[in-house]
Ligand binder design. Sequence first.
Ligand SMILES: *Cc1c(COP(=O)(O)O)cnc(C)c1O
Length: 412
Amino acid sequence: MAYLNDHYLKLKAGYLFPEIGRRVKAFGDANPDAAKRIIRCGIGDVTEPLPEAVRTAMHRAIDEMGTREGFHGYGPEQGYEWLRHAIAEHDFRARGLEVADDEVFVSDGSKCDCGNILDILGGDNRIAITDPVYPVYVDTNVMAGHTGDADASGAYGGITYLRCSAENGFVAAPPAEVVDVIYLCFPNNPTGAVATREQLTAWVEYALRHRSLILFDAAYEAYISDPSLPRSIYEIPGAREVAIEFRSFSKNGGFTGTRCACIVVPKTLLASTRSGEQLPLHPLWARRHTTKFNGVSYPVQRGAEALYTPEGKAQVAALIAHYMGNAAILRDAATAIGLRVYGGVNAPYIWCSTPAGLTSWEMFDRMLGEANVVITPGSGFGSAGEGYFRISAFNSRANAEEVARRIKAIAW
Ligand SMILES: *Cc1c(COP(=O)(O)O)cnc(C)c1O
């Protein structure tokens, strides 16, 4: 008899995005004319074309692949040295942060990395996760058997939830109790909050004190324009002893459909064996990555490398400026109708309180029904998200302006 992984049965049936899809379809079927006007500000996917520098590099790489001399078969699983070097050099060393080329592991996405990292961590770690949160952190821990069952509110036994609210500016402080692994994401999806240097320092000090591991998701670091805000956890002294950083080209270079990301595993980062010995995680991750992964395709890595050329950097800056221009328009509209508005300044997500005591899903239905705009209900990211909704700035300028007009036209 073959046994399945029982832990999968604990998962709440992919509630958020399927439910959004179901409601949008039901609305469209009942209102075919309004359906044509629907603007999606829901899923966090980029909308603007791939930068020219990337396309040029990828075209060239594909042409190379068509020649005997330029053909590339399997590359190094951890990524080509030139890409690992470009990442370490431009994203870290140029900013005075110590990251060696071989501490960077290139992958096909941060989502995969977030799940895969659990392969090299023990099963008994006490996991801390913010609420609201990017659902991948939770679900991958459920799949790995690190949790109990979900309760009526969707909270899983065995996870320490760190409540994020307007009171703490949606940045959780370290808990009083000891946790072993902590997921942090700044700029945050879904709240758009960004931790200050002091707030991140408190986390690094906590992790140093308790020998905890911080899994730091920096997928949106490129959206930080305030120079006082840390863009990498390694800006905090001691972080090389306690943190793994996840980076992605999805949201800066528009690679959501192209697929390339990386993680940084410092060689100075140790974790404990069952017998209490402190060993580095780097060789474990290298072993996992080279055993279970066969590398990102050559043209895609050349495309990612091109993001670090002067043209590539300028084109990324233009993309960020475009999305942040949308964010400002959407923030203004939400503010104009009297909502409490968070995020959208150093992050492409705007996190708003619902008006007139509506639940997140009631707000979703009103926005869909009256404005024909799809937003994301905050409760889909965790129970602390109830009473909020997320608007994504990933859109064309025309759509962002139209969404702003429609929000303001409704009598809330
Ligand atoms: C979009 C996103 C990522 C990037 O995922 P990829 O798999 O690299 O596309 C990572 N973390 C968060 C929180 C995100 O929203």
